[in-house]
Design a protein around this ligand. Structure first.
Ligand SMILES: *[C@@H]1O[C@H](CO)[C@@H](O)[C@H](O)[C@H]1NC(C)=O
Ligand SMILES: *[C@@H]1O[C@H](CO)[C@@H](O)[C@H](O)[C@H]1NC(C)=O
Length: 307
Protein backbone atom coordinates (compact mmCIF):
# COMPACT_ATOMS: atom_id res chain seq x y z
CA UNK A 1 0.00 0.00 0.00
CA UNK A 2 2.79 2.40 0.93
CA UNK A 3 4.65 1.73 -2.34
CA UNK A 4 1.40 2.29 -4.17
CA UNK A 5 0.96 5.72 -2.56
CA UNK A 6 4.59 6.55 -3.24
CA UNK A 7 4.14 5.56 -6.86
CA UNK A 8 1.00 7.69 -7.08
CA UNK A 9 2.86 10.67 -5.65
CA UNK A 10 5.73 10.15 -8.07
CA UNK A 11 3.32 9.98 -10.99
CA UNK A 12 1.63 13.14 -9.70
CA UNK A 13 4.91 15.06 -9.42
CA UNK A 14 5.99 13.82 -12.83
CA UNK A 15 2.62 14.89 -14.23
CA UNK A 16 2.87 18.40 -12.77
CA UNK A 17 6.44 18.95 -13.90
CA UNK A 18 5.55 17.67 -17.36
CA UNK A 19 2.79 20.25 -17.53
CA UNK A 20 5.05 23.08 -16.45
CA UNK A 21 6.84 23.51 -19.73
CA UNK A 22 6.64 25.91 -22.63
CA UNK A 23 5.15 24.20 -25.64
CA UNK A 24 5.70 27.16 -27.95
CA UNK A 25 9.32 27.99 -27.09
CA UNK A 26 12.08 25.51 -26.46
CA UNK A 27 14.44 28.06 -24.88
CA UNK A 28 11.91 29.27 -22.29
CA UNK A 29 12.41 28.32 -18.66
CA UNK A 30 9.36 27.37 -16.62
CA UNK A 31 8.91 27.06 -12.90
CA UNK A 32 6.50 27.24 -9.95
CA UNK A 33 2.82 26.73 -9.24
CA UNK A 34 1.03 28.11 -11.06
CA UNK A 35 3.52 27.41 -13.82
CA UNK A 36 5.11 30.56 -15.25
CA UNK A 37 7.62 30.70 -18.07
CA UNK A 38 10.27 33.28 -18.96
CA UNK A 39 12.58 33.80 -21.89
CA UNK A 40 16.08 35.24 -21.49
CA UNK A 41 16.18 38.19 -23.92
CA UNK A 42 19.25 39.94 -22.51
CA UNK A 43 21.72 39.41 -19.69
CA UNK A 44 19.52 39.34 -16.59
CA UNK A 45 16.31 40.22 -18.49
CA UNK A 46 13.76 37.44 -18.14
CA UNK A 47 10.77 38.23 -20.32
CA UNK A 48 7.59 36.53 -19.02
CA UNK A 49 5.89 34.70 -21.88
CA UNK A 50 2.47 33.14 -22.42
CA UNK A 51 3.13 29.64 -23.71
CA UNK A 52 -0.48 28.94 -24.68
CA UNK A 53 0.13 31.00 -27.83
CA UNK A 54 3.03 31.64 -30.18
CA UNK A 55 5.59 33.98 -28.56
CA UNK A 56 5.73 37.51 -30.11
CA UNK A 57 8.40 37.74 -32.81
CA UNK A 58 9.96 40.78 -31.11
CA UNK A 59 10.75 38.77 -27.97
CA UNK A 60 12.01 35.86 -30.06
CA UNK A 61 14.35 38.11 -32.05
CA UNK A 62 15.73 39.63 -28.85
CA UNK A 63 16.33 36.15 -27.47
CA UNK A 64 17.96 35.10 -30.74
CA UNK A 65 20.30 38.12 -30.70
CA UNK A 66 21.17 37.44 -27.07
CA UNK A 67 21.95 33.82 -27.86
CA UNK A 68 24.00 34.79 -30.91
CA UNK A 69 26.01 37.29 -28.83
CA UNK A 70 26.75 34.57 -26.31
CA UNK A 71 27.48 31.85 -28.85
CA UNK A 72 24.50 29.80 -27.78
CA UNK A 73 23.07 27.61 -30.53
CA UNK A 74 20.79 29.53 -32.91
CA UNK A 75 20.80 29.93 -36.67
CA UNK A 76 22.70 31.13 -39.06
CA UNK A 77 11.43 31.61 -56.12
CA UNK A 78 7.89 32.93 -57.51
CA UNK A 79 7.53 36.67 -57.26
CA UNK A 80 6.01 39.60 -55.46
CA UNK A 81 2.26 39.37 -54.87
CA UNK A 82 1.94 43.14 -55.44
CA UNK A 83 4.42 45.89 -56.32
CA UNK A 84 4.53 47.07 -52.69
CA UNK A 85 5.51 43.68 -51.27
CA UNK A 86 9.03 43.29 -49.90
CA UNK A 87 11.27 40.69 -48.31
CA UNK A 88 13.41 40.92 -45.20
CA UNK A 89 16.90 41.56 -46.57
CA UNK A 90 18.33 42.87 -43.29
CA UNK A 91 17.89 39.74 -41.24
CA UNK A 92 18.28 39.75 -37.51
CA UNK A 93 18.76 42.79 -35.28
CA UNK A 94 18.27 43.50 -31.59
CA UNK A 95 14.75 44.97 -31.52
CA UNK A 96 12.97 47.26 -29.07
CA UNK A 97 9.69 45.68 -27.97
CA UNK A 98 6.56 47.11 -26.40
CA UNK A 99 5.49 45.44 -23.14
CA UNK A 100 2.98 43.33 -25.10
CA UNK A 101 5.63 42.10 -27.52
CA UNK A 102 4.86 44.42 -30.42
CA UNK A 103 7.75 45.99 -32.30
CA UNK A 104 8.33 49.69 -31.68
CA UNK A 105 7.91 51.55 -34.97
CA UNK A 106 11.49 52.93 -34.81
CA UNK A 107 14.36 50.44 -34.53
CA UNK A 108 18.07 51.28 -34.15
CA UNK A 109 19.74 47.93 -33.33
CA UNK A 110 21.62 49.66 -30.51
CA UNK A 111 23.31 52.10 -32.92
CA UNK A 112 22.86 55.69 -34.15
CA UNK A 113 21.31 54.44 -37.39
CA UNK A 114 17.56 53.95 -37.20
CA UNK A 115 14.75 52.89 -39.51
CA UNK A 116 10.98 52.25 -39.54
CA UNK A 117 9.56 48.75 -39.24
CA UNK A 118 6.11 47.25 -39.78
CA UNK A 119 4.26 45.09 -37.26
CA UNK A 120 6.43 42.17 -38.39
CA UNK A 121 9.59 44.08 -37.41
CA UNK A 122 10.75 44.25 -41.03
CA UNK A 123 12.35 47.48 -42.29
CA UNK A 124 9.96 49.53 -44.45
CA UNK A 125 11.92 52.79 -44.82
CA UNK A 126 15.40 53.93 -45.71
CA UNK A 127 17.87 54.09 -42.86
CA UNK A 128 18.18 57.44 -41.11
CA UNK A 129 19.40 58.98 -37.89
CA UNK A 130 17.96 58.87 -34.39
CA UNK A 131 15.34 61.54 -35.22
CA UNK A 132 13.62 59.49 -37.89
CA UNK A 133 9.80 59.69 -37.68
CA UNK A 134 7.85 56.45 -37.99
CA UNK A 135 4.22 55.49 -37.54
CA UNK A 136 2.98 52.02 -36.59
CA UNK A 137 1.97 50.11 -39.75
CA UNK A 138 0.31 46.71 -39.78
CA UNK A 139 1.45 43.85 -42.01
CA UNK A 140 -1.90 42.45 -43.15
CA UNK A 141 -0.72 40.01 -45.81
CA UNK A 142 2.19 37.60 -46.04
CA UNK A 143 3.02 35.51 -49.07
CA UNK A 144 4.83 32.29 -48.26
CA UNK A 145 6.78 30.72 -51.09
CA UNK A 146 7.37 27.16 -50.02
CA UNK A 147 9.37 24.53 -51.83
CA UNK A 148 8.44 21.01 -50.91
CA UNK A 149 10.77 18.04 -50.84
CA UNK A 150 10.57 15.38 -53.51
CA UNK A 151 7.27 13.58 -53.08
CA UNK A 152 6.51 10.02 -54.15
CA UNK A 153 3.39 11.04 -56.03
CA UNK A 154 2.24 14.22 -57.76
CA UNK A 155 0.36 16.58 -55.45
CA UNK A 156 -3.10 17.85 -56.19
CA UNK A 157 -3.60 21.62 -55.85
CA UNK A 158 -6.99 21.40 -54.13
CA UNK A 159 -5.78 18.76 -51.67
CA UNK A 160 -2.68 20.86 -51.05
CA UNK A 161 -4.82 23.85 -50.12
CA UNK A 162 -6.60 21.80 -47.46
CA UNK A 163 -3.27 20.44 -46.22
CA UNK A 164 -1.84 23.95 -45.87
CA UNK A 165 -4.94 25.23 -44.10
CA UNK A 166 -4.82 22.34 -41.63
CA UNK A 167 -1.10 22.76 -40.94
CA UNK A 168 -1.38 26.52 -40.44
CA UNK A 169 -4.29 26.07 -38.03
CA UNK A 170 -2.86 23.16 -36.05
CA UNK A 171 0.67 24.45 -35.79
CA UNK A 172 0.36 28.25 -35.74
CA UNK A 173 -3.27 28.69 -34.72
CA UNK A 174 -4.19 30.79 -37.77
CA UNK A 175 -7.87 30.22 -38.71
CA UNK A 176 -8.33 28.49 -42.07
CA UNK A 177 -10.17 31.28 -43.80
CA UNK A 178 -7.09 33.50 -43.60
CA UNK A 179 -5.37 31.15 -46.05
CA UNK A 180 -6.84 32.87 -49.08
CA UNK A 181 -4.86 31.53 -51.99
CA UNK A 182 -2.76 28.42 -52.59
CA UNK A 183 -1.04 28.00 -55.95
CA UNK A 184 1.12 25.11 -56.98
CA UNK A 185 3.71 24.47 -59.65
CA UNK A 186 4.69 20.83 -59.66
CA UNK A 187 7.79 21.24 -61.85
CA UNK A 188 9.48 23.68 -59.50
CA UNK A 189 7.81 22.07 -56.43
CA UNK A 190 6.73 25.57 -55.44
CA UNK A 191 3.68 26.20 -53.25
CA UNK A 192 2.65 29.84 -53.01
CA UNK A 193 0.40 30.59 -50.04
CA UNK A 194 -1.26 33.94 -49.38
CA UNK A 195 -2.24 34.47 -45.77
CA UNK A 196 -4.26 37.64 -45.58
CA UNK A 197 -6.21 39.59 -42.98
CA UNK A 198 -8.85 42.21 -43.72
CA UNK A 199 -7.30 45.68 -43.83
CA UNK A 200 -7.84 47.47 -40.53
CA UNK A 201 -9.29 44.36 -38.88
CA UNK A 202 -8.22 41.08 -37.24
CA UNK A 203 -5.64 42.86 -35.09
CA UNK A 204 -5.58 39.88 -32.71
CA UNK A 205 -4.10 37.69 -35.46
CA UNK A 206 -0.32 38.19 -35.72
CA UNK A 207 0.99 36.98 -39.08
CA UNK A 208 4.60 37.81 -38.14
CA UNK A 209 4.67 35.13 -35.44
CA UNK A 210 3.41 32.52 -37.86
CA UNK A 211 6.00 33.56 -40.48
CA UNK A 212 8.86 33.53 -37.95
CA UNK A 213 7.99 30.11 -36.51
CA UNK A 214 7.55 28.77 -40.02
CA UNK A 215 10.92 30.09 -41.23
CA UNK A 216 12.59 28.32 -38.31
CA UNK A 217 10.56 25.16 -38.97
CA UNK A 218 11.67 25.04 -42.60
CA UNK A 219 15.19 26.48 -42.54
CA UNK A 220 16.65 25.33 -39.24
CA UNK A 221 14.78 23.47 -36.54
CA UNK A 222 11.42 23.99 -34.85
CA UNK A 223 11.55 26.43 -31.94
CA UNK A 224 8.60 24.62 -30.41
CA UNK A 225 9.36 22.39 -27.44
CA UNK A 226 8.33 19.46 -29.55
CA UNK A 227 10.72 18.93 -32.43
CA UNK A 228 8.10 17.36 -34.69
CA UNK A 229 8.88 18.71 -38.16
CA UNK A 230 6.42 20.79 -40.14
CA UNK A 231 4.86 18.56 -42.77
CA UNK A 232 1.90 18.94 -45.04
CA UNK A 233 -0.43 15.99 -44.89
CA UNK A 234 -1.78 15.53 -48.41
CA UNK A 235 -4.24 12.67 -48.51
CA UNK A 236 -2.36 10.87 -45.76
CA UNK A 237 1.04 11.40 -47.40
CA UNK A 238 3.45 13.53 -45.42
CA UNK A 239 5.26 16.13 -47.50
CA UNK A 240 8.24 17.94 -45.98
CA UNK A 241 9.42 21.44 -46.90
CA UNK A 242 12.94 22.48 -47.83
CA UNK A 243 12.76 26.20 -48.49
CA UNK A 244 10.70 29.27 -47.62
CA UNK A 245 10.66 32.89 -48.75
CA UNK A 246 8.35 35.40 -47.07
CA UNK A 247 6.98 38.56 -48.68
CA UNK A 248 5.37 41.21 -46.47
CA UNK A 249 2.56 43.52 -47.55
CA UNK A 250 1.71 46.41 -45.23
CA UNK A 251 -1.49 48.39 -44.97
CA UNK A 252 0.57 51.36 -46.21
CA UNK A 253 3.18 51.08 -48.95
CA UNK A 254 6.78 51.17 -47.70
CA UNK A 255 8.82 54.35 -48.22
CA UNK A 256 12.08 52.93 -49.56
CA UNK A 257 13.75 54.96 -52.29
CA UNK A 258 15.50 53.24 -55.18
CA UNK A 259 14.03 49.99 -54.06
CA UNK A 260 14.43 48.46 -57.52
CA UNK A 261 18.17 49.17 -57.44
CA UNK A 262 19.27 45.77 -56.31
CA UNK A 263 22.89 44.67 -56.49
CA UNK A 264 22.57 43.42 -60.06
CA UNK A 265 21.09 46.65 -61.35
CA UNK A 266 23.73 48.73 -59.56
CA UNK A 267 26.48 46.58 -61.12
CA UNK A 268 25.00 47.17 -64.57
CA UNK A 269 24.85 50.93 -63.96
CA UNK A 270 28.50 50.98 -62.84
CA UNK A 271 29.58 49.07 -65.97
CA UNK A 272 27.62 51.43 -68.25
CA UNK A 273 29.05 54.54 -66.59
CA UNK A 274 32.60 53.13 -66.86
CA UNK A 275 32.07 52.32 -70.54
CA UNK A 276 30.87 55.86 -71.24
CA UNK A 277 33.82 57.42 -69.38
CA UNK A 278 36.34 55.22 -71.21
CA UNK A 279 34.62 56.01 -74.52
CA UNK A 280 34.87 59.76 -73.87
CA UNK A 281 38.55 59.48 -72.91
CA UNK A 282 39.33 57.55 -76.10
CA UNK A 283 37.49 60.19 -78.17
CA UNK A 284 39.37 62.97 -76.40
CA UNK A 285 42.78 61.45 -77.10
CA UNK A 286 41.90 60.62 -80.73
CA UNK A 287 40.85 64.23 -81.29
CA UNK A 288 44.03 65.46 -79.67
CA UNK A 289 46.18 63.29 -81.97
CA UNK A 290 44.21 64.40 -85.02
CA UNK A 291 44.68 68.01 -84.08
CA UNK A 292 48.42 67.50 -83.52
CA UNK A 293 48.77 65.83 -86.93
CA UNK A 294 46.72 68.60 -88.55
CA UNK A 295 48.98 71.22 -87.04
CA UNK A 296 52.09 69.32 -88.22
CA UNK A 297 50.83 69.19 -91.82
CA UNK A 298 49.94 72.85 -91.66
CA UNK A 299 53.39 73.73 -90.40
CA UNK A 300 54.94 71.68 -93.22
CA UNK A 301 52.77 73.45 -95.80
CA UNK A 302 53.55 76.85 -94.38
CA UNK A 303 57.30 76.34 -94.10
CA UNK A 304 58.17 76.80 -97.85
CA UNK A 305 56.11 79.98 -98.04
CA UNK A 306 58.12 81.69 -95.34
CA UNK A 307 61.35 80.98 -97.18
C1 LIG B 1 -2.42 33.56 -22.74
O1 LIG B 1 -2.98 33.57 -24.05
C2 LIG B 1 -4.29 33.01 -24.09
C3 LIG B 1 -4.71 32.92 -25.54
O2 LIG B 1 -4.55 34.14 -26.21
C4 LIG B 1 -5.22 33.85 -23.24
O3 LIG B 1 -6.52 33.29 -23.28
C5 LIG B 1 -4.70 33.90 -21.82
O4 LIG B 1 -5.51 34.77 -21.05
C6 LIG B 1 -3.27 34.37 -21.79
N1 LIG B 1 -2.74 34.22 -20.43
C7 LIG B 1 -2.10 35.20 -19.82
C8 LIG B 1 -1.58 34.86 -18.45
O5 LIG B 1 -1.95 36.31 -20.30
C1 LIG C 1 22.54 44.63 -35.69
O1 LIG C 1 23.76 44.61 -34.97
C2 LIG C 1 24.47 43.38 -35.00
C3 LIG C 1 25.72 43.53 -34.17
O2 LIG C 1 25.41 44.02 -32.91
C4 LIG C 1 24.81 42.98 -36.40
O3 LIG C 1 25.41 41.72 -36.43
C5 LIG C 1 23.54 42.95 -37.25
O4 LIG C 1 23.87 42.68 -38.59
C6 LIG C 1 22.80 44.26 -37.15
N1 LIG C 1 21.55 44.14 -37.89
C7 LIG C 1 21.08 45.10 -38.69
C8 LIG C 1 19.82 44.79 -39.41
O5 LIG C 1 21.61 46.19 -38.80
Amino acid sequence: MRTFIALCLLACVAGISAQCECKTMKWAVCDGTPCTCTLLVDAGTKQPVNCTTLIPKCFLMKAEMYRARNNLATRSIGGKPVETAFVDNDGIYDPECEANGQFKAVQCNGTETCWCVNSAGVRRSDKGDKNIKCEPVETYWVRLELKHKEAATALDETKLRTAVQNAVLDRYNIPKDFVREVEYDKDSRLIVVDVKKNIGQDRDIDLSRMAYYMEKDVKILPIFKSQTPLELSVEGNKVGLENILVYYVDEKAPTFTMKSLTGGVIAVIVVVVLAVVIGLLVLFFLRKRERAQFQKTQQREMAPMSQ
